[in-house]
Design a protein around this ligand. Sequence first.
Ligand SMILES: *Cc1c(COP(=O)(O)O)cnc(C)c1O
Length: 462
Amino acid sequence: MRYISTRGAAPALDFEGVLLAGLARDGGLYVPESWPAIADKLKGWRGLPYQAVAFEMLAPFVGDSLSPATLAELIDGAYGSFDHAAVCPLVQVGPNDFLLELFHGPTLAFKDVAMQLLGRLFNTVLTRRGEQVTVLGATSGDTGSAAIEALRGLPAVQVVMLHPKGRVSEVQRRQMTTVLDDNIHNIAIEGTFDDCQALVKALFNRLEFRDKARLSAVNSINWARIVAQTVYYVTSALSLGAPDRAVSFSVPTGNFGDIYAGYVARQMGLPVERLVVATNRNDILARALNAGDYSTGTVQPTISPSMDIQVSSNFERLLFDLYGRDGAVTAKAMAGFQESGRLALGANVLDQARALFAAVSVNEEMTRETMAMMLRATGLVVDPHSAVGLAGAAGARGDRSVPMVTLATAHPAKFPAAVEAATGIAPGLPPRMADLYERDERYAVLANDADALQAHMTAIIG
Ligand SMILES: *Cc1c(COP(=O)(O)O)cnc(C)c1O
């Protein structure tokens, strides 16, 4: 399999190339040259374990970059760390409504599904090449802990993770700072999340240091993360009768990575009736799909903070297809967007998008009401992100004979304050994490200063 850039001006790469490159050199995102077809294979995959479906889905994308035995071993390792035998189990919550639980990984959010595999892929490829990298990142919560859990103890990778001091929840901080492996370095910065991101950018721009420290990233535009996320769309649809029956999905959406994976599964031949983009009040995607207005504003804080963003990086991958896979047209549109902060989508593009996607923006009140209503109706306590997805499903239900699957992207114990305020129930951590508040923590505290950060990193990683 070869991968091309959405902006049409970077060299095509194989799987190993896109895994290590992240962003393409022309500023675009890598996508596969063509979609592997699965429609004829789906019936044969019914009843297979999650890991076996993952192997079938990943193999055509990985191509010759890994042997089949190595790929199978990495998949088994990644999903062996989950605390449910089904890996991503499906729960019924209404007559034809289901919740797909994606939070059974080590850090209780769906990012583990992709990160657990990405870490192992990274380590395998780097070890084979005899290379070492330093993953430098900034986090406001979920991404940092998922990356740390996925990369802990890997000999080819050092991890330096910045978080804003005192501005992440205690659960989120402890999930990072209680990981004591030698290759994990947490730093609390005296500043905001934006300050942390600016520091990361500043160090990536110091080219001499960047090369010496071999700086790298495992960000959400990495193609390997997308392909790992296609798997649970397939396993859940198979459970509900695909390919004989189509299924719809509602997806709490921020960066458009998770829902784009659903689109990929459908392009490959999974019968998907509708994909509901469920956003919180940071609604750039809902405005884009409902009014053709893709334009940024300022980020508004919400009780579903992992979706508090104003630019959805992976949306460019969908736009590339809607523009007829024309890299020059996509590059021009994105250049205009970067300059003015807005992009108007034409009638042709919108019609194509709306044939599959619906979009709903869910406010804070509705999110809280949905959590309370779920508890009353089913006895289930859901987290605020999943509640946004459930409200989106209710708002864009369509044909009731088509099963609607809402993606539950986080465990309620990850956001205990918001959950308790809405439901009156303080969600407990799963047993394997029950001692999180007693574990030893290790982290450094630094001023918001790029020179201090560089000196600190030079001291710890040489
Ligand atoms: C990251 C995240 C999302 C949003 O996923 P995208 O791929 O960015 O759309 C939703 N819910 C939770 C809990 C997350 O951590």
